[in-house]
Design a protein around this ligand. Structure first.
Ligand code: ATP
Ligand code: RI2
Length: 222
């Protein structure tokens, strides 16, 4: 099947319509980017960081992961399992989850920016989404990437970050989360041209973020 071009739409548009392109969005948002492993979250985040006008209005929360840093990732902070547990016990993390044989955490410091009126983008987990919904309510904007399964398998294989068995486990995991997204989620199909997916996400963010910049360069909050 030929790859589809990137497309974007709101889940539940007809019942829960909120169009940031035409309405002022005064409150800071927690943009929670999810999607199957290999759907392009890191790639999109890296691309957005290059866009000065978006970057000036949006904080990118760094992830703490018990996996060593790999090429092409968005730049997480590696912790050993012991270090992760220690920080968890110290209350360092605002969000944390376990998946793919790793622990993932997002610091309190980055999420606290919301209280300072700043919008934050988190590379999240679909499994953890119900907890995020319960905590952040209408501050939350879910951005969900999808990619056709055969293309996803191809991309994971080409990326070669995991062995074939781990790739198979990731593809299997993806089935669990299909069709479990909340109304109002922004869906981006990244099966096709990457530049188009970046453009469409950019359009959404650009119109939904407050118009004033609060920083002048890439700022990742630890
Ligand atoms: N539209 C696209 N066309 C072709 N290749 C793409 C596209 N989007 C992403 N890729 C490639 O697919 C691979 C997976 O992308 P990426 O690592 O960004 O996904 P991810 O969602 O961050 O995965 P993970 O959750 O496993 O870290 C990368 O090699 C990336 O370069
Ligand atoms: O499958 P779900 O719960 O959506 O996500 C689980 C975790 O795995 C992926 O990270 P990575 O591929 O290890 O970097 C996601 O980004 C997320 O953090």
């Amino acid at each position: 099947m030929a790859p589809r071009s990137a497309s974007i739409l709101n889940i539940g548009q007809e019942n829960n319509h909120h169009d940031c392109r035409t309405q002022h969005c005064p409150t800071p948002k927690l943009y929670y980017l999810v999607g199957p492993s290999g759907s392009g979250k890191d790639s999109l985040i890296n691309a957005l960081k290059q866009q000065t006008d978006i970057n000036a209005r949006l904080a990118f929360a760094r992830r703490y992961i018990t996996r060593e840093q790999g090429v092409g990732e968005e730049g997480h902070i590696h912790l050993t399992p012991q270090e992760f547990t220690q920080r968890l016990e110290q209350g360092f993390f605002a969000m944390y989850w376990q998946a793919n044989d790793c622990m993932y955490g997002i610091s309190q410091q980055s999420i606290n920016l919301l209280q300072q009126g700043k919008s934050v983008l988190v590379n999240g987990s679909r499994a953890y989404l119900p907890t995020v919904q319960a905590h952040y309510g209408d501050k939350l904007q879910v951005i969900a990437l999808s990619v056709q399964q055969d293309i996803l398998a191809q991309r994971l294989t080409q990326r070669a970050r995991e062995c074939q068995a781990k790739i198979a486990a990731r593809l299997e995991r993806n089935h669990e989360f299909e069709s479990r997204l909340p109304d109002g989620s922004w869906l981006i199909d990244n099966s096709g041209d990457f530049a188009q997916a970046v453009h469409q996400l950019r359009q959404y963010l650009f119109t939904s973020l407050p118009s004033s910049a609060y920083k002048s360069r890439a700022e990742e909050i630890k």
